[in-house]
Design a binder for this molecule. Structure first.
Ligand code: UD1
Ligand code: MG
Length: 448
């Protein structure tokens, strides 16, 4: 069976109260729409059509970055979900397989659920996806069933008091042949409480033609629609709890799981230890046996086995830690490679740099990588000892086995095994401290 995905993402999301289109709001630091595209990708769709409207350009940009083959269509006016699907008609010209309609604001569909919808298509012309809602809510369409048969779908606004108490609720997702889907959509009217073209009307239309419709059931957690910030927070919390449990099952230690915030693409290896209160931004890989200590913030970085990061470390994009490195408290690294066994233990900023194996970067070291216009690189060799409070004014190189004296401002390259020292010479004045104290004491006494 060849599959095409149609993902509805044109709505404004009025209840989000935001300038950002609803489907671009992130869950686990990844736009909802990207979650939906990834969910559908497990079906290896032959075509993917994304229906955009509000913030179309921004939505298209994110969609194309995730799937360059995606076809973007624009629904100029949001006249309802059936009208939205109708916009995909030209993009699906010549396609004669099944269409799966996904919603950009329903991001957590499990692969198995999509497969079950396709399996059910063997026996029914139209397959909708529903869920039993735990608490009856004044939202969502109600699925009116007669045994296995779906009779019709009634939106909450249009439902009778009795229908509103039905717990079998519409997720919005459906599977149908492309040909039938567009035929049924042509018959949809906007004669309802919202004056919208409801996609849900196609269930009754299929029955009127003597065709068969059904609704299969999935877990409520998979189909929670996001319509407000509260829904978004709830969806994120749900994602976090699932992702943490997956990591625990893989053999990762999370000392206080509920305090670790993960991104959708976080990868952590077996026997890694994550202490409480760690935030993972996008693009982080932590290898087996590494330790991330409390209050660290990581994004776009790779941490190899045996390395220890934090507490209170900040690793920014482009950071690559080889095995057995030590990155300590209040250290910020950006676009920097730290080779095996090297240490940056305290209060440092190292950016646009390379640090060779077994080198030690002293407390308070800063790479001055930015001159206000351009960024420059700092290259530190192997077995280098960088003294505390060294300023490395980039571009600059420090050769293998070299040393810098504490407080040195390095502006020229340091050759291998050399000692660089650049600071004012110290002078000691005997007895001067005592004199100074007496003077100051007397001054204070006069003032009182
Ligand atoms: C819809 C369903 C409802 C279901 C619920 C599940 C209809 C009529 N109702 O209601 O039965 O229980 O989803 O979450 O289908 N969209 C467009 N263009 C439009 C209108 C909507 O692209 O003209 C998109 C939205 O961006 C969103 C999706 O379609 O991704 C659903 O729209 P939304 O307004 O959230 O529908 P609900 O009222 O939630
Ligand atoms: Mg919705």
């Amino acid at each position: 069976m060849t599959i095409a995905l149609v993902i509805l993402a044109a709505g404004k999301g009025t209840r989000m109260n935001s300038d950002t289109p609803k489907v671009l709001h992130p869950i686990a630091q990844t736009p909802m729409l990207v979650h939906a595209i990834r969910a559908g990708a497990v079906l290896s769709p032959e075509r993917t059509v994304i229906v955009t409207g509000h913030g179309s350009e921004a939505v298209a940009k994110i969609a194309e970055a995730e799937d360059e083959t995606a076809q973007i269509v624009v629904q100029e006016e949001q006249l309802g979900t059936a009208h939205a699907v109708a916009q995909a008609r030209d993009a699906l010209d010549g396609f004669d397989g099944d269409v799966i309609v996904l919603y950009g604001d329903t991001p957590f569909i499990a692969p198995r659920t999509l497969e079950r919808m396709i399996e059910a298509r063997a026996s029914f012309d139209l397959v909708m996806l529903g869920f039993d809602i735990a608490e009856v809510q004044p939202r969502y369409g109600r699925l009116i069933m007669n045994g296995e048969k779906l009779v019709e779908i009634v939106e909450y606004k249009d439902a009778t008091e009795e229908q509103r108490t039905i717990r079998f609720t519409n997720s919005g997702l459906l599977a149908c042949s492309a040909k039938l889907l567009f035929e049924l959509i042509d018959e949809v009217s906007n004669d309802n409480a919202s004056d919208e073209y409801y996609l849900t009307e196609i269930a009754a239309l299929a029955n009127a033609r003597g065709l068969s419709a059904t609704a299969i059931k999935c877990d409520e957690a998979e189909t929670m629609g996001v319509d407000s910030r509260a829904d978004l927070a709830a969806a994120d919390a749900q994602f976090q709890s699932r992702a943490r449990n997956e990591l625990l099952a893989l053999g990762v230690t999370l000392m206080a799981p509920e305090t670790v915030y993960l991104a959708a693409d976080t990868v952590i290896g077996r026997d890694a230890v994550i202490e409480p209160n760690v935030v993972f931004g996008p693009g982080v890989t932590v290898e087996s046996g590494a330790t991330i200590r409390s209050f660290s913030h990581l994004e776009g970085c790779h941490i190899s086995r045996g390395s220890i990061v934090g507490p209170h470390a900040r690793l920014r994009p482009g950071t690559e830690l080889a095995e057995n490195t030590r990155i300590g408290n209040f250290v910020e690294l950006k676009n920097t490679e730290i080779a095996e066994g090297a240490k940056v233990n305290h209060l440092s900023y190292v950016g646009d740099s390379t640090v060779g194996a077994k080198s030690n970067i002293g407390a308070g070291t800063i790479t001055c990588n930015y001159d206000g216009f351009n960024k420059h690189r700092t290259t530190i060799g192997e077995n280098v000892f960088v003294g505390s409070n060294t300023m490395l004014v980039a571009p600059v190189k420090v050769g293998d086995g070299a040393m810098t004296a504490a407080g040195t401002v390095v502006t020229r390259n340091v050759e291998p095994e050399a000692l660089a020292m650049a600071r004012a010479k110290q002078e000691n004045k005997p007895g001067y401290a005592k004199k100074m104290f007496n003077l100051l004491k007397a001054k204070k006494a006069r003032r009182n």
